[in-house]
Design a protein around this ligand. Structure first.
Ligand SMILES: [Zn+2]
Ligand SMILES: [Zn+2]
Length: 165
């Protein structure tokens, strides 16, 4: 979804509302589809004193599982972002500015990269999640399974990592 901001760059004081539902079904993380349903975006693009900015809120259902016990943690999220848009960079590179040379903004690309950057690196159902039993696969948050589990040997962890690659 492309929004054309070129007119906005030419007109100080002008603004435009943004309201849409993006289909980001192709966005994946940890090998899984990230979103359950569309990502609703509401916001505003405006030119204030010659500076063009885009601010928006994204509402979506994140279809993720706990990193340790794999329990589904699908729930609604809301994130808010604000960016300054420029047609070109005239000073040194600045990551905070988004460069759109022809004034056309790819909203889907912006929204998906914003959300991916904002997500925590690991998602747990609870800080104290006990994870799954490595022997029988039972969710240990629901009680112990009685399996004999050896304490983990950190040297084997390294080996396991290598084998998973
Ligand atoms: Zn968990
Ligand atoms: Zn077990």
């Amino acid at each position: 979804m492309i929004i054309d901001l070129s007119k906005l760059f030419d007109n100080e004081g002008e603004s435009a509302g943004i309201a849409c539902a993006l289909d980001l079904g192709n966005v994946a993380r940890w090998g899984r589809k990230l979103f359950d349903g569309p990502v609703k975006v509401t916001g505003r693009a405006e030119n204030r004193a010659g500076i063009v900015s885009v601010s928006y809120a994204a509402d979506f259902i994140l279809d993720v599982v706990c990193d340790r016990c794999l329990t589904s943690l699908a729930r609604p999220w809301r994130m808010e972002f604000s960016h300054i848009m420029v047609l070109s960079l005239n000073r040194e590179d600045n990551d905070e500015f988004i460069v759109i040379p022809d004034g056309r903004l790819d909203l889907a690309e912006l929204v998906s990269s914003d959300i991916l950057l904002e997500l925590p690196t690991s998602i747990l159902c609870d800080e104290g999640c006990k994870g799954l039993c490595p022997v029988c696969g039972k969710n240990l948050n629901n009680g112990d399974c009685g399996c004999k589990r050896k304490p983990r040997d950190p040297r084997l962890d390294k080996l396991r990592e290598l084998l998973q690659e």
